[in-house]
Design a protein. Structure first.
Length: 367
């Protein structure tokens, strides 16, 4: 609804109300709210939705071409390559059968990321058709073109951001799969360092390229945590991962950009280190102890303590109680965003989402 409100909060300026930053992928809610079929007119529906609800971070689709309609009973789909993908809003997720080309640990140890820099035809999640052999200026021009398109479509309705999904930790996970990645990381530290250094060559170019664009806020994604906390120990992360974060985010900070780290799970144990590496904020999930982090870091952007499991009950009293609790402490944190950190997916009751936004309007006013 308000691009400037989101930007002000990220730059720690006072705002009239707590802004929203939601991952909203619920076509039924979109149609209920706007009266426009989001399958038939995805751009028109999103434009209207962002005019009606306080969703201050987001973007409008560039195209209004109709989407292939999925039924509410359709949970997965198999594409032409035989890959199974799950339902996600009015579309499908990326493929998630990571590492199917790698059968053994020897396959992993024989891999050299430097020999696979052109990922433009890869189906690995997060590559987005990127050719990492290109120069930084060319990559920056491509990214700026995408940013300009998002902004033109979205206007002042909400704040558009740019970012990168595979900051570093994701690269071996989406390339080798979880089991081989974990085995290599735990038992073969020297080889893991070699592989991460190779993957870092890809990410380094992307962050240097984004630093040359005029985007104000950059998201840097890595799922270093799950619901129980860090996947590897904080000590391991400090040795293998964080030096690269400090480097990559340093390019962005030098260009005057704000950096928001995005991670699944419970980030309570890693938040101090993430901020020490240079992040201006964290977006994660309700498993995190957000109040504990806010007490130590009141000058940071914090996003994600709302819980979609409360909305799934469709219990108005429970939803209202959650929003009151979020806004009660969120008003004291200038960089706080209302957000269901585990997303607002397609299978939530649309009336529950509507009540969530209405409650936030009542309780989220700072003045």
């Amino acid at each position: 609804m308000n691009r400037q409100r989101a930007l002000d909060s990220i730059f720690l300026k006072p705002t009239d109300r707590i802004p929203h930053w939601e991952s909203l992928s619920n076509p039924a809610f979109e149609q209920r709210l706007t009266g426009i079929d989001p399958w038939g007119h995805p751009r028109l529906a999103r434009e209207r939705m962002l005019e009606l609800i306080p969703q201050d971070v987001g973007s409008v689709p560039i195209s209004d071409e109709p989407l292939e309609r999925a039924s509410d009973g359709q949970l997965t789909s198999v594409d032409s390559n035989g890959d199974t993908r799950a339902r996600w809003g009015a579309g499908l997720t990326e493929r998630w059968d990571h590492g199917k080309e790698f059968k053994t640990l020897d396959d992993v140890l024989a891999y050299d990321p430097a020999e696979h820099m052109d990922m433009s035809r890869s189906n690995i999640v997060g590559c987005e058709g990127i050719d990492f052999t290109l120069g930084i200026d060319e990559l920056a021009s491509q990214r700026q073109l995408a940013i300009d398109g998002m902004r033109a479509a979205t206007g002042e309705r909400s704040l558009c951001m740019s970012g990168f999904y595979n900051t570093l930790f994701m690269w071996p996970m989406v390339t080798f799969g979880w089991e081989l990645f974990l085995e290599t990381g735990a038992a073969y530290p020297d080889e893991m360092k070699r592989l991460l250094a190779g993957f870092a060559e890809r990410s380094r170019k992307i962050f240097q390229a984004i630093a040359r664009t005029d985007i104000e806020v950059v998201t840097s994604h890595d799922d270093i945590c799950y619901a129980a906390g860090p996947v590897f120990s904080p000590t391991w992360l400090r040795e293998f991962i964080y030096p690269y974060y400090e480097e990559f985010w340093g390019y962005l900070k030098a260009a005057g950009k704000k950096v928001i780290f995005i991670c699944d799970g419970d980030v309570t144990q890693v938040a101090d280190d993430i901020f020490a590496c240079g992040a201006d904020g964290i977006r994660s999930e309700p498993f995190t102890n957000w109040r504990q982090i806010a007490a130590k870091h009141p000058d940071k952007v914090l996003v994600g303590d709302g819980d979609n499991r409360v909305l799934a009950t469709n219990d108005r009293e429970a939803i209202e109680h959650m929003v009151r609790d979020m806004t009660e402490w969120g008003k004291r944190c200038v960089g706080y965003f209302l957000c269901c950190g585990n997303h607002l997916p397609w299978n939530l009751p649309p009336e529950a989402i509507e009540h969530y936004f209405r409650a936030s309007e009542r309780y989220g006013q700072r003045k």
